[in-house]
Design a protein around this ligand. Structure first.
Ligand code: SF4
Length: 704
């Protein structure tokens, strides 16, 4: 190890899925100085604006520090932990006894650590017996999960960040990487500067990422799959299909190609579908075809779509057909949004998954039941986020525990979500902060959860790299780690033996042991090398890419370069696509198509970044970006205000003229809330129209 300054703690940034290593040194005043960890292979000492400002977000003025119980007047009284935990357990018990386990649900978060996520899933899916555990990762990358499971037979990211260093062509699809994954983008820029790699950016909106691109393709919303179907046709017609790889490792090529020829028979048809010039499409196809070391990476512009699973599959199909996968500098790559969306997937945080990447096949259910000695294992998939809140609204779910997320601002049709939460018989929130939109729905109990810097655990980044988050500050007030809170409720529900963990290291070791349990290499997620970790081993855990089975403790940088998929006969399955189209069309009343996303210096609903004046100075207020032609068309004033309305709700936003937004479109950041019903909550506008495979809602194309 490099020498550290006295008292510096190695930990991981809590923001995006890049997963940068951080050195935190407490200042003795409750804060800390922050630096990039030069030893972490992800960032090699670099941090972006958000990561480097972490020290400015550590104050306690905005924190929940004690368990709180709602009183008859709608205010809150401080109660003891014992009283709160007894009430939560008794409340769940009463509703389960009355309405059955299916009336209970957890809504979790990619902000949770893997150990928190694991124990929550174990309690609900193994012991209470309800499958209804879902997570805000449903809004983030569940379409990638669905596509990878359909195509690879497993939810496996094949590549490594090193591929962005060694690719000759990087294609970014629906991703403002420069702002949303800044440190990874800097690695791409290094590659461009040092090796001359080329960069193509596919995005309906021309963003900061496009400023550094060789080719910017502002395609029509919803047309991504048509573009990649056309690429598959082009690769085939150019004789560039890797027949040897396909014959040995891939099924479904002929049907998928026939489907692609229907969707995108030629460049002219792709031009019609995408709105891109035929010459540009032809140039892109030829560049991709002639560059063996190509990485195609995507983010929410692909995932947050009612056809997100097919869009991802369209990209995977092209890489499989050419064998450009799992090889240095070459492969498809999903850029994760949240710091631990991947860790949540690994422990079964999604409603359609069980722990250790297992699903609801009978043998998988039985394996987990035996490993946990679970008395009441869930036997069918649970409700995904949007469906879960529908079930809250119509009374099928009566008890909900929300942890580390703010669904009243982030879920689509957020006004309906707020009303549904307020009507629950038992509504529990575990939180860091005293005020957010979800707390406005007045939960019965607010449980003070430990924040970043105060608790120990692990997170997994976009390249499957597990890193430790380590505590460097004392727990403030009566705040407790989420794993402890969940475990105490489990014990009060009568499951003491199965939840008697001395610390997160024991939870992680159990999670690792489950990943290796009856796993003869037929399941992708295996960290059996960590199954025997004790506290010292856990504390010293170095960043490692899974799979890390006991025979390969150093981990695995890439998979599938020589096949070894997890589908039938260890093959991948190329997938035909539905005809590309938008879930909802503009009309005379709703003539603009609203796109949503992040700004550079804020994260989620700003419950952390909002406390840094430096970060708030970049973009200080909520806004809607509109093409100058539409400013004139709708009689708006640049710098004035506009009221946006969809069929679901409204928001009032500052008008920004932006030539990077196409005519007929609008773009609004997701971060802000508001004091009144007509505020800046973009979730109030967006529509709950979901992908049929993933359940991920369409957040990028709402008619307004
Ligand atoms: Fe944190 Fe992401 Fe920035 Fe890295 S790139 S410092 S993980 S916000």
């Amino acid at each position: 190890d490099a020498p550290l300054a006295p008292a510096a703690t190695r930990t991981t940034c809590p923001y995006c899925g890049v997963g940068c290593g951080v050195l935190a040194t407490p200042d003795g005043l409750g804060g800390a100085t922050i630096a990039g960890d030069g030893e972490h292979p992800t960032n090699r000492g670099r941090l972006c604006s958000k990561g480097s400002a972490l020290g400015e977000t550590l104050g306690l003025g905005h924190r929940v520090l004690h368990p709180l119980k709602r009183n008859a007047a709608g205010g809150y009284d401080r109660v003891s932990w014992d009283a709160a935990l007894d009430a939560v357990a008794n409340g769940f018990r009463a509703i389960i006894d009355r309405d059955g386990p299916q009336a209970a649900a957890f809504y979790l978060s990619g902000q949770l650590l893997t150990e928190d996520y694991y124990i929550a899933n174990k309690l609900m899916k193994g012991f209470i017996g309800s499958p209804h555990v879902d997570t805000n990762s449903r809004l983030c990358m569940s379409s990638t999960v669905a596509a990878q499971r359909r195509v690879f037979g497993s939810d496996t990211v094949p590549g490594a960040y090193e591929d962005f260093d060694s690719a000759d062509l990087i294609v970014l699809v629906g991703s403002n990487t420069a702002w949303c994954h800044p440190i990874l983008f800097r690695r791409m820029q290094d590659n461009r500067r040092e090796r001359g790699a080329r960069l193509v950016v596919l995005d309906p909106r021309v963003t900061a990422t496009a400023e550094d691109a060789d080719m910017v393709m502002a395609l029509k919303p919803g047309s991504d799959a048509a573009l990649f179907a056309g690429l598959l046709v082009h690769l085939t017609d150019r004789g560039l299909v890797d027949r040897s790889y396909v014959v040995r490792h891939v099924a479904g090529f002929d049907e998928t190609l026939a489907n692609a020829r229907e969707i995108a028979p030629d460049v002219t048809s792709v031009s019609d579908a995408t709105g891109l010039p035929a010459e540009q499409i032809a140039a892109f196809y030829e560049l991709w075809a002639s560059t063996p070391h190509v990485v195609t990476a995507w983010s929410q512009g692909v995932n947050q779509s009612a056809q997100g699973t097919d869009k991802v599959a369209a990209i995977l199909n092209c890489h499989l057909a050419t064998g450009r996968i799992g090889r240095p500098g070459s492969g498809p790559f999903s850029l994760t949004g949240q710091p631990n969306a991947m860790g949540g997937r690994e422990v079964g945080g999604l409603a359609n998954m069980l722990a250790a990447h297992m699903g609801y096949a009978p043998d998988e259910i039985d394996r987990i039941r035996r490993f946990w000695q679970a008395p009441n294992i869930a036997r069918r998939e649970g409700l995904k986020a949007v469906q879960m809140l529908d079930a809250v609204a119509d009374g099928r779910i009566r008890a909900l525990w929300v942890m580390a997320t703010n669904p009243a601002v982030s879920l689509p049709n957020a006004d309906k979500v707020s009303a549904a939460l307020a009507g629950l018989d038992l509504f529990i929130v575990s939180e860091n902060v005293l005020s957010n939109d979800t707390l406005e729905a007045r939960p019965h109990y607010i449980l003070p959860a430990a924040a970043w810097g105060e608790k120990d655990g692990t997170v997994t980044n976009s390249e499957r790299r597990i890193s430790r988050q380590r505590a460097f500050l004392p727990l403030p007030g009566e705040a407790k780690p989420d794993w402890w809170i969940i475990g105490e409720v489990a014990k009060r529900l009568g499951f003491s033996e199965a939840f008697a963990y001395a610390g997160p290291h024991e939870i992680y070791a159990e999670h690792a042991a489950l990943s290796a349990f009856e796993n003869d290499g037929t399941r992708d997620f295996d960290i059996g090398a960590h199954a025997g970790l004790d506290r010292a081993g856990y504390d010293g855990l170095r960043p490692v890419q899974w799979p890390a089975p006991s025979r390969q403790p150093g981990g695995t940088d890439r998979l599938f370069g020589d096949g070894g998929f997890f589908g039938p006969e260890r093959r991948a399955q190329m997938r035909p696509l539905a005809a590309p189209k938008l879930a909802a069309q503009t009309s005379e009343d709703f003539p603009l198509l609203l796109n949503t996303g992040r700004v550079r210096d804020h994260w989620h609903s700003m419950t952390r970044t909002g406390f840094s004046p430096r970060l708030s100075a970049h973009i200080a207020e909520p806004s809607v970006s509109v093409n100058p032609a539409d400013i004139a068309r709708f009689g708006l004033a640049e710098g004035g205000f506009a009221r946006l309305a969809s069929i679901h709700g409204t928001a009032i936003l500052r008008v920004v003229a932006d030539g990077g937004v196409a005519e007929g479109a609008a773009f609004a950041p997701i971060h802000w809330s508001g004091e009144t019903a007509s505020d800046a909550r973009i979730g109030a506008l967006t529509q709950p129209l979901c992908d049929p495979f993933s359940g991920q809602p369409e957040m990028k194309a709402t008619p307004v």
